[in-house]
Ligand binder design. Structure first.
Ligand SMILES: *[C@@H]1O[C@H](CO)[C@@H](O)[C@H](O)[C@H]1NC(C)=O
Ligand SMILES: *[C@@H]1O[C@H](CO)[C@@H](O)[C@H](O)[C@H]1NC(C)=O
Ligand SMILES: *[C@@H]1O[C@H](CO)[C@@H](O)[C@H](O)[C@H]1NC(C)=O
Ligand SMILES: *[C@@H]1O[C@H](CO)[C@@H](O)[C@H](O)[C@H]1NC(C)=O
Length: 198
């Protein structure tokens, strides 16, 4: 990947467990049992250029049932040549507060949120301001992907976070729209955090 990786936010909900069942299972980075790649707004599963398989978010159980009817799936009106088709070409747009809930094992998780701020049908990302929380902890506040685009020549980007999930707890990502705005997300990656894949 050509995009620069920034460890944007480092958060532990509890003291860092030296050995947890999830971390122990996942010691070598490539045998992580828990690996979610969600291509938001896509209607079918697709591979990216690295041959990683991204699942459509449409037929997953990750969308909170209460929210399923209020979101929109769209395709970018225009693809910048530097932007990868998977996961950036499709988007899920939320006019109201919306969430995904991932039933996963306890332990530290690495989360990447993928954004391509462009126009999607009648939605222009320049008008999108929202906050993102994970299990109640603030990841992004009054965030504008449009205003945070790293450079005009590379208009897609990702934000990275680490969170520790407690035993029997789901990982719930909630997108909270600012007044008269909407939230959007192109892709979500979740994997077991260890120092190898950081
Ligand atoms: C994705 O790649 C796998 C092999 O890595 C292949 O079996 C599968 O058909 C590919 N899926 C698509 C949608 O191209
Ligand atoms: C969507 O789900 C969130 C919880 O993640 C909830 O706070 C919000 O009220 C829901 N929105 C609607 C319109 O049901
Ligand atoms: C989206 O908004 C930006 C900034 O206001 C503007 O430059 C751009 O032309 C708009 N795109 C579309 C497709 O309306
Ligand atoms: C998690 O759930 C299992 C099965 O219901 C239960 O036995 C265990 O005590 C729970 N652990 C915590 C920390 O709540």
């Amino acid at each position: 990947m050509m995009l620069s990786y920034t460890l944007y936010f480092f958060l532990f909900l509890s003291t860092f467990p030296v050995i947890t069942p999830a971390a122990a299972d996942a010691s070598p980075a490539y045998t992580a049992t828990e690996f979610i790649l969600l291509n938001c707004g896509a209607s079918s599963n697709l591979n990216d250029t690295s041959k990683r398989r991204w699942d459509s978010d449409e037929r997953t159980s990750y969308m909170l049932p209460i929210n399923t009817t209020i979101s929109f799936a769209h395709r970018a009106s225009d693809m910048h040549p530097s932007v990868l088709q998977v996961p950036y070409e499709t988007v899920r747009i939320f006019p109201y507060t919306f969430g995904y809930s991932f039933p996963i094992h306890a332990g530290p998780k690495f989360i990447r949120l993928y954004f391509y701020p462009t126009a999607y049908s009648t939605f222009n990302a320049s008008q999108s301001f929202f906050s993102v929380t994970a299990n109640g902890f603030m990841f992004l506040r009054n965030f504008s992907p449009f205003l945070n685009t790293p450079s005009p020549s590379e208009p897609s980007f990702k934000k990275e976070f680490i969170i520790s999930v407690q035993e029997n707890q789901s990982l719930t990502l909630t997108f909270i729209t600012d007044t008269n705005s909407f939230a959007f997300i192109n892709g979500i990656e979740i994997k077991v955090f260890n120092y190898v894949n950081c």
